[in-house]
Design a binder for this molecule. Structure first.
Ligand code: ADP
Ligand code: MG
Length: 228
């Protein structure tokens, strides 16, 4: 599903070049639920942003579902991302003036050839799956953090992406809510057969994943497959 080869990422900070990722290679199989763990600053967000086509590597190649993103223009990459990739962020990133329903519907407006009925049925189905149907007309300021993340999960899945990246999705939540959100992501991943990559600095909240990848200073130091 994902094949990253020899990724390098250099950030320019003033006069200094910071080589955050030196030589990162990784293959993720279709349908896998992968957890990327590592301390703060180890490069998890940098890696996810590159794999998720939000940012480009300084060098190296990323192939997603057989398609190389290397030669794509900004617009091509944005379209490719919209059609194939879902993203869930630590800070939820919901649009404050839109209702829960409209936030979930939003990515579908970019997709052509989707009838209004199809759009509505997808949004309602996901509202139901994440347990937010009763709150569909509220704006984000009227719901809790855990509920916001439920909405963000629904929004990430509404386009039927091939792969979903979640960057510290539980970092702003209490432990109990964090576990509920992880269980929800797992349930949805199983039901939709979506490939899922989830980054966290908190190894304690990781359980029941297919694969646990540990990152330190931009390098994979462990890659464990778990048998369940
Ligand atoms: P993590 O998500 O694991 O906390 P990051 O990928 O955010 O790690 O950061 C990895 C390293 O890259 C850190 O040392 C961070 O300070 C640095 N970094 C991240 N983004 C930038 C940026 N835009 N400019 C300069 N340095 C950055
Ligand atoms: Mg991060």
């Amino acid at each position: 599903m994902v094949k990253a080869s020899h990724l390098k990422k250099v950030y320019r900070a003033g006069e200094i070049d910071l080589e955050v990722i030196k030589d990162f290679s990784l293959e993720i199989n279709e349908g896998e639920f992968v957890s990327l763990v590592g301390p703060s600053g180890s490069g998890k967000s940098t890696v996810l942003n590159m794999l998720g086509c939000l940012d480009t590597p300084t060098s190296g190649e990323i192939i997603i579902d057989g398609v190389s993103t290397k030669a794509m223009s900004r617009t091509q990459r944005a379209n490719f991302r919209g059609e194939n990739i879902g993203f869930i962020f630590q800070s939820f990133n919901l649009i404050p003036v839109l209702s829960v329903y409209e936030n979930i519907e939003y990515p579908l407006i970019m997709i052509q050839n989707l009838s209004e009925n199809e759009r509505k049925s997808r949004v309602l189905k996901l509202l139901e799956e994440v347990g937010m149907l009763d709150h569909k007309d509220k704006t984000p300021d009227k719901i809790s953090g855990g509920q916001m993340q439920r909405v963000a999960i629904a929004r990430a899945l509404v386009t039927n992406p091939k792969i979903v990246f979640a960057d510290e999705p539980t970092a702003n939540l209490d432990t109990k809510t964090a576990h509920m959100i992880i269980d929800l992501m797992k349930k949805i991943q199983r039901e939709h057969q979506t490939t899922f990559v989830f980054a966290t600095h908190d190894e304690k909240i990781v359980s029941n994943v297919d694969r646990l990848i540990t990152l330190v200073d931009g390098e994979i130091v462990a890659d464990q497959r778990m048998n369940q």
